[in-house]
Design a protein around this ligand. Structure first.
Ligand code: C2E
Ligand code: CA
Ligand code: CA
Length: 717
C-alpha cells in the first residue's frame, strides 16, 4: 500500500503541473497571437512608409527635372542632388551612405535603375547592371526584371530575399517600385521585413519575460495555495488511516474560513463521535467482561468467577477444601411481599458481609439468585462446622445492623474436597444436592452432602417433570379431615388436604410436592384448582357431615399475598354459591416475613366478605405471641408438635393452656391439631379448647368414602 505522503506528492505535483501548463499555454497563446497581430500591423505600416517614400522620391525627381528643363541647374547637378537627398553623398570608396533625408527604417534604402537594369543610384552597387540578379532563396526569380516590370505597369510591391547590408546574412525584403517617365527611371524603396517587425519581436520578448516571471511567481504562489488547499484533505486522509489504527486525532482549523473549515469541522466532529462511541463500546465490553465473572448486585464473583478460581486451585495441587452453600429462606416471599428492592437490599448486605470474609483461604461468590457459595481451604475438619455457623450468625447480625429489621433464616449445605480428582462442577452439584435436601426438610442445621442424596434428588427431578401434568390432569384431589367438637361429638368443620396419587410415581405426600409446586411457579394454578374443587364439593360435604359445616383450605403465603387474592376468593364463593362465613383460609407463620400492614389489609378485606382466617401450625415459629399482637385472625390452630408434648412435658402443657386462654381472651377460635389418642383428649378437656382435629376422630379421607375413619394413605401425611 502506498503511503499517504507519496500520494500527497503526486497529487500536489499533478495539480501544480496542470496549473502551470495552463498558465504557460495561455500566456504563450496570448504572446504568439499578439506578436502575429503586431507583426502584421507593423509590416503594413512599413509598406505604407515604402510607398510614401517612393511617392516623395518621384516628386523630388520631377521637381529636379523641371529645374533642369528651366535651365536652373545642370542635369548632373540635379541628379546628384536627388541621390544625396535619397541615399547620401558619394564617399571616397565609391559607395554612398544608406540613409538620406527620408527614413526607410534601419536597413531600408532607395534604389534607382534604368530600364536595362543599370544601377543609377545604389548605396554600394551604383554603375553596375543588375538585370540578371536573382532572388537568393529562389534562383529562378529575376528580381530586378520583376521590379522593372511592376514599375512600368503602374507601380507596386515586390518581395524577395537579399543580403543584409554589409553582411552575409539573408533577409526577406519588401520593396515598392514606381516609374519616373522624365528620365525613364525605375525608383524603388526597399527595406527588410526584419526592420518592420523588430518592435513586434520586442513585444514578443516582453511577453516571454512576463510569462516567465508570471510562471515563476504564480507557480510559487499557486504551489503554496494548492498545498494549503489540499493540506486538509491530505490531513483528513492521514487522520482516517490513524482512525483505523485506533488513534483518534482531530485536525487544527488553521486560518480557513471557507468550505475547508466546514470540511475540517465535519471531520473533527466525526472523529470525536467515533472516539466517544469507541469509548462507550470499550466501557460496555469491559462491563460485559466484568459481568461474565462477577455479580453486579453484590460485587462478588459469580458462578463462572468461582468456577475459574476453584478449578485453578484444584489444578494447582490444592488437596483439601470445602465448598459451602448459603441460601436465604423465604427470599421469594420477601421479594413478592416487600418488593424486589428489599430482596436486593438483603442480598446486597449479605454479599457485602461475605466480601469481608474473602481471604486467602476462603473465596465467597454469589452462585445463584438466592444462593451464595464459599470455597474454604486450610481449615481443620473439626473447625468447619463452627466456622460456617459463625459466618451465618455474623452475616445475620450484619444484615440486621444495617437496616433490615428481621432475622433471616439461612440454610447451610456443605461438601468436602479430599484431593480426589474432582472438578468445581462436581463439587457444586454435590452442595446443590445437599442444599435441596436441606430446603425440603426445612433443616436449618448444616446439611452435608451424602451419596444417598443423589438418588432422592433424581426422584425429585422426575417428580418435578410430572407435577405440571398432575394439576392439569386432576391427579391431585382434596381429601377431607374432620374437625370435631368433642363436647358434642359433632363434626363442625373439615380441612381440605391435597393428595397426589401419580400414575407414574404412586403416592406423593403434600409436604414433598408442595415445595416443588412453589419452586416451579405452579402455586397459583394449584391453589385456584384446589379452591374451585373444594368449594365445588361443599354441598356434598354438608350432606355428608353437617349442615353448619365450615371448610378450611390451606393457602400458601405466596398466593395469599398475591394481587387480587380477595377478588379471586369472592368470585369463587359467588360461583359456587357458598355462605362466605363457612369458609376458613389457613395461612402458616411463614407469612409473617411480610409486612403486617399488608397482611392486615388482606385479612380486613376477607373479613368484609365474612371469610375467616386461621393461623396454622401455631407455636412452631419464633415469636408467635408477637404476631397475635399485630394481626387479628379468626382462629388459631395449635401445631401437632405441641399437642404431641402435652402428656410428657408439664411446661408444654402449661404453654398449651396459656395459649388457649390468650385465644379466648382475644376472642379467637382455637383448634388443636394432631390429637391421636384419648389420653391427649382427656388432658385437653381440662382447658377451654373444644375443637379437635386428629386421627383420634378421623383421618383425611376422600369425599365419597363411607368409612367413618380415614384412609391408610392419609396417615402418610
Ligand atoms: P397442615 O396444614 O398442618 O395439615 C395437617 C397435617 O397433619 C396433614 O398432613 C394431616 O394429615 C396431618 N394430621 C392430621 N391429624 C394427624 C394426626 O393425628 N397425627 C399425625 N401424625 N398427623 C395428622 P398432610 O395431609 O400430609 O399435609 C401436610 C401439609 O401439606 C399440610 O400441613 C399443609 O401444610 C400442606 N398441604 C396439604 N394440602 C394442601 C393444600 O391444598 N394447599 C397447601 N397450600 N398446602 C397443603
Ligand atoms: Ca392446615
Ligand atoms: Ca398444621
Amino acid at each position: 500500500m502506498k503511503l499517504v505522503s507519496e500520494y500527497r506528492k503526486s497529487f500536489n505535483r499533478k495539480l501544480i503541473s496542470i496549473f502551470l501548463l495552463i498558465l504557460i499555454i495561455a500566456t504563450s497563446l496570448i504572446g504568439i497571437s499578439s506578436y502575429q497581430i503586431t507583426k502584421k500591423a507593423l509590416t503594413e505600416k512599413g509598406k505604407v512608409v515604402l510607398k510614401n517614400g517612393v511617392t516623395l522620391a518621384l516628386a523630388l525627381i520631377h521637381s529636379e527635372y523641371e529645374k533642369v528643363q528651366a535651365g536652373l541647374v545642370s542635369k548632373e547637378e540635379a541628379q546628384e542632388t536627388i541621390k544625396t537627398i535619397l541615399v547620401g553623398p558619394m564617399k571616397a570608396d565609391g559607395t554612398r551612405e544608406m540613409h538620406g533625408h527620408v527614413d526607410l527604417s534601419e536597413h531600408g534604402y532607395f534604389i534607382i535603375y534604368d530600364k536595362t537594369g543599370l544601377e543609377i543610384m545604389h548605396p554600394t552597387l551604383e554603375g553596375q547592371n543588375v538585370w540578371d540578379v536573382t532572388d537568393l532563396n529562389a534562383p529562378e526569380r529575376y528580381i530586378v526584371r520583376e521590379q522593372i516590370r511592376v514599375a512600368l505597369s503602374g507601380g507596386g510591391y515586390t518581395y524577395y530575399a537579399w543580403h543584409l547590408p554589409h553582411s552575409d546574412k539573408i533577409g526577406k525584403k519588401i520593396s515598392y517600385v514606381d516609374y519616373n517617365p522624365d528620365w525613364e527611371w525605375i525608383v524603388a524603396s526597399t527595406a527588410y521585413e526584419l526592420d518592420f517587425v523588430n518592435e513586434a519581436t520586442e513585444i514578443l520578448y516582453t511577453i516571454a519575460l512576463v510569462t516567465v516571471t508570471l510562471v515563476i511567481f504564480t507557480g510559487y504562489i499557486g504551489t503554496r495555495y494548492i498545498k494549503s488547499a489540499t493540506k486538509p484533505i491530505l490531513d483528513i486522509a492521514g487522520g482516517m488511516k490513524k482512525v483505523t489504527e485506533g488513534r483518534y486525532r482531530t485536525i487544527p482549523y488553521g486560518n480557513y474560513d471557507d468550505e475547508t473549515r466546514i470540511l475540517i469541522d465535519g471531520y473533527n466532529t466525526m472523529v470525536e463521535s467515533l472516539e466517544k462511541a469507541e469509548r462507550k463500546i470499550t466501557i460496555k465490553n469491559d462491563r460485559l467482561a466484568y459481568l461474565a465473572y462477577n455479580d453486579e448486585l453484590t460485587l462478588l464473583p459469580n458462578r463462572n468467577g468461582m468456577k475459574e478460581y476453584v478449578d485453578q486451585r484444584l489444578n494447582n495441587g490444592c488437596n483439601s477444601g470445602y465448598l459451602a452453600q448459603l441460601d436465604i429462606m423465604g427470599l421469594k416471599l420477601l421479594n413478592l411481599t416487600l418488593g424486589y428492592d428489599q430482596g436486593d437490599k438483603v442480598l446486597g448486605l449479605l454479599g457485602k458481609y461475605l466480601r469481608q470474609c474473602k481471604k486467602d483461604d476462603s473465596y465467597p461468590a454469589r452462585t445463584g439468585s438466592n444462593e451464595f457459595s464459599i470455597w474454604i481451604e486450610g481449615v481443620e475438619p473439626q473447625r468447619i462446622y463452627p466456622l460456617l455457623k459463625e459466618i451465618r450468625k455474623k452475616s445475620q447480625q450484619y444484615v440486621i445492623e444495617n437496616g433490615y429489621n428481621q432475622m433471616l433464616d439461612i440454610y447451610l449445605a456443605l461438601t468436602m474436597y479430599d484431593g480426589q480428582t474432582k472438578s468445581f462442577e462436581t463439587l457444586y452439584e454435590e452442595t446443590t444436592t445437599a442444599m435441596r435436601t436441606a430446603r425440603e426438610k426445612q433443616d436449618l442445621s448444616i446439611t452435608r452432602f451424602e451419596e444417598s442424596m443423589k438418588e432422592r434428588v433424581e426422584n425429585e427431578l422426575a417428580m418435578r417433570r410430572h407435577l405440571g401434568k398432575a394439576i392439569s390432569e386432576k391427579e391431585i384431589i382434596p381429601y377431607y379431615q374432620a374437625q370435631v367438637d368433642f363436647t358434642t361429638e359433632k363434626v363442625v368443620g373439615v380441612e381440605a388436604l391435597a393428595r397426589w396419587i401419580s400414575s407414574d410415581l404412586g403416592f406423593v405426600p403434600p409436604n414433598v410436592f408442595i415445595p416443588y409446586i412453589n419452586q416451579l411457579n405452579l402455586i397459583t394454578e394449584f391453589t385456584d384448582y384446589m379452591i374451585d374443587k373444594v368449594l365445588g364439593d361443599y354441598q356434598d360435604l354438608v350432606i355428608k357431615y353437617d349442615a353448619d359445616l365450615t371448610v378450611s383450605i390451606n393457602i400458601s403465603p405466596l398466593c395469599f399475598m398475591e394481587k387480587d387474592f380477595t377478588g379471586k376468593i369472592e368470585r369463587a364463593i359467588n360461583k359456587h354459591n357458598i355462605p362466605a362465613h363457612k369458609l376458613t383460609l389457613e395461612i402458616t407463620e411463614d407469612i409473617f416475613i411480610a409486612d403486617y400492614k399488608e397482611i392486615n389489609k388482606i385479612i380486613t378485606k376477607l373479613r368484609e366478605l365474612s371469610v375467616k382466617v386461621s393461623i396454622d401450625d401455631f407455636g412452631t415459629g419464633y415469636s408467635s405471641l408477637n404476631y397475635l399482637m399485630n394481626i387479628q385472625p379468626d382462629e388459631i390452630k395449635i401445631d401437632k408438635s405441641f399437642v404431641g408434648q402435652i402428656l410428657d412435658d408439664e411446661k408444654a402443657f402449661y404453654m398449651f393452656d396459656t395459649l388457649c386462654n390468650i385465644a379466648q381472651n382475644f376472642g379467637y377460635a382455637i383448634v388443636a391439631e394432631g390429637v391421636e389418642n384419648k389420653k391427649q383428649l382427656k388432658k385437653i378437656s381440662t382447658t377451654s379448647l373444644k375443637t379437635i382435629q386428629g386421627y383420634l376422630f378421623s383421618k383425611p379421607e376422600p369425599l365419597n368414602t363411607k368409612t367413618p375413619l380415614g384412609d391408610p394413605i392419609g396417615s402418610c401425611g
